[in-house]
Design a binder for this molecule. Structure first.
Ligand code: S3P
Length: 449
């Protein structure tokens, strides 16, 4: 464990511009899909995070030629859906996305692979990919439902699967299996999860049909403040399909930007700009929730990169009031709930979060971790099976927070410290490197500029 880092209450407003690292979800897909594609590609904006290092190492192990061209740039020569056997087990580190997406890709490859991970990933559920992939005739075994996952690749058959929970990782694993089966497959999720895979595969020439059911009209509106359609979402495709390689620039990670957004809302007098941020509406739930709490956030869509819209956020500090978070927003807010809870801790009144049982099986049990953190900081919370009630008040601070290996808890604690009465010591701050290397330096830079 690295030494603790003392984060002091903000001495003045936050100001300036932050360019967040490239989006983790999009970057994983850009590498994995281009590794599976026909042709050469150049991907820019890959975050220097440990999770992406896991994905890059994995594709290299399957015979994909990867050339690094300086910061955040990689050239890949795709294998047209035919990988070679890796020399040994693949260590996915802390990255759930790496492990679940690889499961779908490897299910149709003619060799055996063992996926492993760190202690946290080894506790996370893998049956959620094993079960739907079994419908394609895939042979995957995960003792106790967790890593190590043994995948014996085989010729896949098409399938129709209905996922019990909305999960972009599982949906993507299924789509990658469907691309290797001959015939039409469909995956239906109970509600829409982030749709980067659908967007990127379409841009790589894979014909997908999306059905938003009766309730959702024709689909998504490219406005970060318009909530995407609720209800079932189905994606169908006919295999076999080999994607065509795609050069792309990964836009900024809104989940990383979220820590700065909340910090600027909480610290009086702040005006902060976040540039180049992915504004896909399946990722902007926390902006909508914060606005409903009274936050002053502008979002201007400025362009599109491989079908993903991106733009600038301008955030000004303001008072907040507690809200009942709409359950339909939970899948679109899931990674930002820890830092949203910090905003709720500073709001007037109670914020109720429900329907977030998935939060317990992320990099850690984030329902428990957030409740423990906020209580230590002096905030009253009530823990529920699928969420929590946060009674806004004064963040006292003056404590140590142990993120227990969870990057988003470490960064949330730092944001809480800025709005606290006393300093907070974040233990093991290096865990932030999983998604945002340089996070604490960047926070210091905008705090003192
Ligand atoms: C991700 C999907 C989400 C999210 C995770 C990244 C992805 O999980 O929490 O951090 O890249 O597909 P789900 O699979 O539960 O949607």
């Amino acid at each position: 464990m690295s030494a603790g880092l003392v984060v002091r209450p903000a001495a003045g407003p936050l100001a300036g511009t932050v360019i967040p690292p490239g989006d983790k979800s999009i970057a994983h897909r850009a590498i994995l899909f281009n590794a599976a594609a026909e042709g050469e590609s150049r991907v820019e904006g890959i975050p220097g995070s440990e999770d992406l290092a896991s994905t890059l190492r994995a594709v290299s192990a399957f015979g994909v030629e990867v050339k690094r061209e300086g910061d955040g740039i990689a050239r890949l020569r795709g294998r047209a859906m035919a990988f070679s056997e890796a020399p040994g087990p693949i260590d996915c580190g802390n990255s759930g996305t790496t492990s679940r997406l690889l499961a779908g890709l490897l299910a149709g490859q003619d060799f055996e692979t063992v996926l492993t991970g760190d202690a946290s990933l080894s506790r996370r559920p893998m049956r959620r990919v094993v079960d739907p992939l079994a419908g394609f005739g895939a042979s995957l075994t995960a003792a106790d439902g967790c890593l190590p996952l043994v995948i014996r690749g085989t010729q896949l058959v098409p399938a129709r699967c209905r996922l019990p929970v909305a999960s972009a990782q599982v949906k993507t694993a299924v789509l990658l299996a469907a691309m290797q089966a001959t015939g039409e497959s469909t995956v239906t999720e109970p509600s829409l999860s982030r749709d980067h895979s659908e967007i990127m595969l379409a841009a790589m020439g894979v014909d997908l049909e999306r059905d938003f059911g009766g309730s959702g009209g024709q689909g998504l509106v490219a406005d970060p403040f318009v909530i995407p359609p609720g209800g079932e979402h189905a994606v169908s495709l006919s295999g076999p399909r080999v994607p065509t390689s795609l050069d792309l620039r990964v836009c900024g990670d809104i989940s990383s930007a979220a820590f700065f957004v909340v910090a600027a809302v909480l610290v009086p007098g702040s005006v902060l700009r976040l540039r180049g941020v992915c504004l896909n509406p399946t990722r902007t739930g926390f902006l909508r929730v914060l606005r409903s709490m009274g936050a002053d956030i502008e979002a201007v869509v400025e362009g599109e990169s491989a079908g993903e819209c991106y733009g600038t956020l301008t955030v000004r500090s303001s008072g907040l009031v507690g809200v009942d978070l709409a359950e339909e927003e939970v899948p679109f807010t899931i990674d930002e709930l820890p830092v949203l809870a910090v905003a709720a801790a500073h709001a007037d009144g109670v914020t109720r979060i429900r329907g977030a049982a998935e939060l317990r099986i992320k990099e850690g049990d984030r329902v428990r971790a957030v409740c423990v953190m906020l209580s230590a900081l002096g905030i009253k919370v009530a823990e529920h099976d699928d969420g929590m009630d946060i009674y806004g008040g004064t963040i006292r601070g003056g404590v140590e927070v142990d993120p227990a290996g969870d990057h988003r808890i470490a960064m949330s604690a730092a944001v809480a410290a800025l709005a606290a009465e006393q300093a907070v010591t974040v233990l093991d701050p290096r865990v932030a490197d999983v998604s945002f290397p340089g996070f604490f330096k960047e926070l210091e830079r905008v705090s003192s500029s």
